[in-house]
Write a protein that binds this ligand. Structure first.
Ligand code: PMP
Length: 333
């Protein structure tokens, strides 16, 4: 009999898929790591499992304890799902602005949601700081204690990508990978995969694909703490070098517009049968830019982070797009 022993065994070991249009356009092989196939339907299942296993190992997460996190959604879904399978409760602090679909998924996985106003990181009521305070309070009052997952600065996140995502890409390409790029939320994926790949071949070119409003592009490319514009994408964009990004070997960066991201996503739906979220679109645009820099014949890998279904009311909603003066394809109307 061939059977997985538990849901957790389904996390990781996702396949690579060749992105046809992107490959044809560049003369390269552009491959997407199909992270939407994880059981929680996003790349963040990996961070969730990595953080929980690390807390157990360090003895800070006790049986029946509470996991607290501030998250744009996908990490929370992963934490709630993995937490449930391992007997932990999950409390998620989420900015009100995040998509309803993600909030529904969180509730369906048993998380308790605390919705807060979306305010900048510098504000003490930012969802990240709020979640840290809540975890500190619950550590005192909950019978089995509580931990703060702290995905941004807890390097158990990046370590899990060093141990799994990076080596998987190396193995799946038989070491014939020339470039890797993805966007940054916590930076766990970009830093972890880049570290794992560079350790095997330091010639592999790594780059951040950054949406408007994020500072990572200018920090990495020019060492400047600045940004411009904004983005309708969720879960990506960052204003500082998180602990997960600290010391990551990133060679280059690309600033990606929402209009380009949407164009790639809408074509993927109609031509390749893939309905993906905004960060996947940013990543594919970045992979195309990296492939063009490397020249024809190279292999570039990126990450397909989650499904588009999680953004039906936004990215794939013609009214929402028209309001933002963004392109809306006829088939969507
Ligand atoms: N894409 C999506 C949809 C996400 O939710 C996230 C994480 N917030 C990312 C990409 C970025 O991943 P990381 O946190 O590893 O930088």
């Amino acid at each position: 009999m061939t059977a997985y022993q538990e849901m957790l065994d389904l996390i990781g070991n996702t396949p690579l898929i060749k992105l046809k249009r992107a490959s044809e356009e560049t003369g390269c092989t552009i491959l997407g790591k199909a992270e939407f196939l994880n059981p929680g339907q996003s790349v963040k299942d990996r961070a969730a499992l990595g953080i929980i296993r690390d807390a157990e190992k360090r003895g800070v997460l006790k049986p029946g304890g509470v996991i607290v996190e501030g998250t744009a959604g996908n990490t929370g879904i992963g934490l709630a799902m993995v937490g449930a399978a391992l007997g932990y409760k999950t409390k998620i602090v989420i900015p009100r602005t995040q998509s309803e679909e993600k909030k529904i998924a969180l509730r369906l996985h048993g998380a308790e949601l605390i919705e807060v106003d979306a305010v900048p990181y510098a504000n003490p009521n930012n969802y990240v700081h709020y979640s840290r305070r809540l975890a500190e309070e619950l550590a005192e009052t909950e019978e089995n204690g509580a931990i703060w997952a702290n995905q941004f600065d807890n390097v158990a996140n990046r370590d899990f990508h060093i141990a799994t995502t990076g080596p998987e890409i190396w193995k799946q390409t038989d070491g014939k990978v020339d470039g890797f790029t993805c966007a940054v939320g916590t930076g766990g994926t970009l830093a972890g995969v880049s570290m794992a790949l560079k350790e095997r071949n330091k010639e592999i070119k790594t780059a951040v694909s950054d949406p408007g409003g994020s500072k990572i592009y200018s920090l990495i490319k020019f060492g400047k703490d600045e940004t411009e514009g904004g983005s309708i994408t969720e879960g990506i964009g960052q204003g500082r070098i998180t602990a997960n990004l600290e010391g990551a070997p990133i060679d280059d960066g690309f600033r990606i517009d929402d209009a380009d991201m949407l164009d790639v996503l809408f074509k993927l739906v109609m031509e390749e049968g893939l309905c993906l979220g905004g960060s996947s679109g940013i990543n594919i645009c970045g992979a195309i830019r990296l492939a063009k820099e490397l020249g024809p014949g190279h292999t570039v890998v990126t990450v397909l982070c989650d499904y588009g279904h999680r953004y039906a009311s936004k990215l794939y909603n013609p009214e929402f797009l028209r309001e933002k003066s963004l392109p809306t394809p006829a088939w969507l109307s």
